[in-house]
Design a protein around this ligand. Structure first.
Ligand SMILES: Cc1ncc(C[n+]2csc(CCOP(=O)(O)OP(=O)(O)O)c2C)c(N)n1
Length: 366
């Protein structure tokens, strides 16, 4: 087990999260400027995409629940960079950035949010249920912990077929107290399945803190109950996340066994778009702001002379255009035909499948 993240100050009430001491993460020296700029662009794209999503939601262009990745951009990009194209991904409902990172076009992600037929899930899934077999994103789940047993099942299928794909299963910190977490880690370890379980520790499950809800708040240590190696990483540092995740993904592939990764993150806004996060102290909100991973990476690249003023403007403009294009695409896409409502419920047609449409009478006339 290893803790490579910055230490967390846990004061008596657990409200102070971090001490001032910073552990050194990976340096920029061995990195290609082009690659670093690409990470920066991806992080900025997710940031602007999510801001646009929040705006569209408050304008009632997007319905249902809507949870954003604001503040978690370094974690998202680091994790997605660590996966090979053939690897599978399961996430919770906070998945817009993951969908983009897994290679799904922002247009299709935005269109799904708008509930349009051009969306990732043809407009029937919405924010929490993006699913794309081609990109190997196997959901998007609204039930806390719902993705874990399914990820284990997918890894069992991979293992049974003798494949070399790895399954990454993302979740929040609150999820580690759900029964499915323990059942899934147990079976994955028992059956030597290639799953990397990733806990995004943004310190809060809705309004409840990790310290208030978890008897073992150092969540990466929970793997030890299942003899599963756990690693904690600084989720604000895209390079640290990438390195830690890539190491575990490749070890899961080579050694055919599961791992647990905990990424220490900050959620910059409320639990969902409509949550004003009043349970958070001004100090905590300030701390999240001070730990903005996009701003931090931007400053780091600027200091290293990799990001010039000109490049920053160029990237900002192209990201702005890409997000505007995604929103236009969504806005101008058609709604799905109601007759397709039942088409995607099961993989194959099943007998007794209900195909009653919303306005149909409950009992057909004789
Ligand atoms: C089984 C179940 N219980 C409760 C909920 C309501 N709920 C939605 S999100 C959430 C908090 C989960 O927090 P965490 O796992 O830390 O993820 P985060 O939202 O921080 O990404 C809860 C309790 C739910 N969706 N499913």
């Amino acid at each position: 087990m290893a803790d490579t993240a910055k230490p967390r100050g846990t004061g008596r009430t657990g409200t102070r999260r971090r001490t001032a001491r910073k552990e050194a993460g990976p340096t920029l020296n061995d990195e290609q400027p082009k690659v670093l700029l690409d990470y920066y662009r991806q992080m900025l794209l997710i940031r602007r995409f999510e801001e646009r999503t929040a705006q569209a939601y408050t304008q009632a262009r997007i319905g249902g629940y809507c949870h954003l990745n604001l503040g978690e951009e370094a974690t998202v990009v680091g994790l997605m960079t660590a996966l090979q194209e053939r690897d599978y991904l399961f996430t919770n409902y906070r998945e817009h950035g993951y969908a983009i990172g897994k290679g799904i076009h922002p247009r299709r992600v935005m269109a799904e949010l708008y509930g349009r037929s051009t969306g990732v899930s043809k407009g029937w899934g919405g924010s929490m249920h993006m699913f794309d077999t081609e990109a190997r994103l196997l959901g998007g789940y609204g039930i806390v912990g719902g993705q874990l047993p399914l990820a284990v099942g997918a890894a069992l299928a991979v293992s049974y077929r003798g494949g070399d794909e790895v399954v990454m299963c993302q979740m929040g910190d609150g999820t580690t107290n759900i029964g499915a977490f323990h059942e899934s880690l147990n079976i994955a370890a028992l059956w030597n399945l290639p799953v990397v379980f990733v806990v995004i520790n943004n310190y809060t499950g809705m309004g409840t803190t990790v310290e208030k809800s978890s008897a073992e708040p150092e969540l990466y240590k929970r793997g030890s109950s299942y003899r599963m190696e756990g690693v904690r990483v600084d989720g604000q540092d895209v390079l640290a996340v990438r390195d830690a995740a890539a190491d575990l993904v490749e070890r899961a592939r080579a050694e055919q066994k599961p791992f647990l990764l905990e990424a220490m993150s900050h959620r910059m806004k409320g639990h969902s778009v409509v949550d004003p996060a009043k349970y958070r102290s001004a100090e905590q909100a300030e701390e999240a702001k001070a730990n903005d991973p996009v701003a931090a990476f931007e400053a780091r690249l600027t200091e290293a002379g990799i990001l010039t003023d000109e490049l920053r403007q160029e990237i900002a403009d192209s990201v702005k255009d890409e997000v505007a294009d995604a929103a236009d695409f969504a806005e101008n896409s058609p709604h799905p035909e109601v007759s397709t409502l039942f088409d995607y419920t099961y993989a194959t047609p099943v007998p007794n499948e209900s195909s009653r449409m919303p306005a149909d009478p409950v009992f057909a006339e004789q």
